[in-house]
Design a protein around this ligand. Structure first.
Ligand code: ZN
Ligand code: ZN
Length: 131
C-alpha cells in the first residue's frame, strides 16, 4: 500500500489504489501554490485517499472551468497534499509527498502551454485532453 506524509510529518495518508493517471500540471495556479514550474499529479478516485494521521486545511475555488477545486494542505507546515474536484470524483495527490517517490512515473502533461518560458516540457509527455 502506498503511503505519504507532509513536510512536518503531522499529516499521514495512504492510497488504496494505484494511479492510472500520473502527470505534471503546468497551470499557473499550481505554479503559484507550489513555487515550481509544475505540480506532480498522482490522480486517484477520491475514496482511494485515506487520511491516517493529522488534519487537512482546505481552500476551495473555481479555477475558471466552472467546477470547484479544493486544495488540501497540512495546517501546520503548509505542504499541499492534494487538489480535488468533487464533481469529477478525482483527487490529484502531490506525488512528491509519497514516501516512495519512485512510485511516481508521469506520462501526461496538463496545461503545457502555460509552462514558464525558462522551462522545457518533456516532449515525451502526452498532452491531456479534457473529455
Ligand atoms: Zn505538515
Ligand atoms: Zn495545475
Amino acid at each position: 500500500m502506498m503511503t505519504g506524509t507532509c513536510f512536518c510529518k503531522a499529516v499521514r495518508y495512504e492510497l488504496l489504489a494505484e494511479s492510472q493517471m500520473q502527470g505534471l500540471c503546468y497551470c499557473t495556479d499550481c505554479q503559484v501554490l507550489g513555487g515550481s514550474s509544475h505540480w506532480t499529479s498522482y490522480a486517484i478516485a477520491i475514496p482511494d485517499f485515506r487520511l491516517t494521521e493529522g488534519e487537512l486545511a482546505s481552500y476551495t475555488y473555481d479555477p475558471g472551468s466552472g467546477r470547484q477545486v479544493t486544495r488540501y494542505f497540512c495546517g501546520g507546515c503548509g505542504t499541499q497534499i492534494k487538489a480535488q474536484s468533487d464533481e469529477l470524483g478525482v483527487a490529484s495527490v502531490n506525488a512528491m509527498t509519497l514516501d516512495d517517490q519512485d512510485q511516481f512515473s508521469p506520462q501526461i502533461v496538463y496545461f503545457g502551454g502555460s509552462a514558464p518560458r525558462w522551462c522545457d516540457v518533456d516532449p515525451r509527455l502526452i498532452p491531456f485532453e479534457e473529455p
